[in-house]
Design a protein around this ligand. Sequence first.
Ligand code: TRP
Length: 338
Amino acid sequence: MSKIILTGDRPTGKLHLGHYVGSLKNRVALQNEENTEIFVMIADQQALTDNADNPGKVIENITEVALDYLAVGLDPSRTTIFIQSQIPQLAELNMYYLNLVTVSRLHRNPTVKQEINDKKFGESIPAGFFTYPVSQAADITAFKATHVPVGEDQKPMLEQTREIVRDFNRIYNKDVLVLPEIILPPKDHARLVGIDGKGKMSKSLNNGIYLGDSEKDIKDKVMKMYTDPNHIRVEDPGQVEGNVVFKYLDIFDPRTDEVTELKEHYSRGGLGDVKLKKRLNEVMQEFLRPIRERREEFAKDKAEVYNMLKAGSEKAESVAASTLDEVKDAMGINYFKK
Ligand code: TRP
């Protein structure tokens, strides 16, 4: 395989349109590329680093995330979908990598710093949370991933992984670990704005449209979308810049010429928000209906979803085991190996 891809999500909630445009869409494209092997991990261990007291939330969302994957077209016959905690070799690699990283280096990780702030840990940062970038290096290197498609916020994790790979290969004098490259989403898709227009679509801001949302939910959310607060009467000129409805039309409406005309009309005045939102509602319904229907179909047989995850985890474990074996060989700690 010329390209090996590893990526994943923390199972802390259902996936939304932001996940779709920022990563899921790209994963579906990658699984259909020649000479590419793709692993998609449900990072339950990482989710537990800041949900230790609420494992139920994590456990429940494993199936939700798996259903979202299947609904958007990740195909288990092409993509190995697995659960992090079922691959003990990842924790073992993490143990060895922790010795290659300093506490001060971890303190400098801007994403972790931000998260520590957002989550209001104060002085009580769980040690597992603080060191999750190292465990992420274990995830990536266990599969000898050459490419890691993730959002901008994961850049520091990739840098950390690359440092660990270089240090490991230098110290143990072997080219065992593979230096991974990051694949960032296309700029305009990187941060899909939430329906409130205030920031990135996210569960915590409660501004998301979910892949499993009902027809009514979608309509209600589109009708609530932030537009131009100064566009009061239909005949007033409206602002396209910063208008969430146009952002979504740009991404989801295939009739780009018409969208350009609508923007002109809106700027001139004479085009009402309701009319515009009705169009977007139709576009979004058409886009999300097949996804929701597939999701409902898969949800009827959760046992089958678990079988799929089990098979994926078994395959992932065999790959991780062979990397761990090479790692221990390189370190000279495979004491009982003949
Ligand atoms: N940190 C990622 C997230 O928040 C999830 C993740 C865990 C991951 N391990 C990974 C992503 C390895 C890419 C590679 O969604």
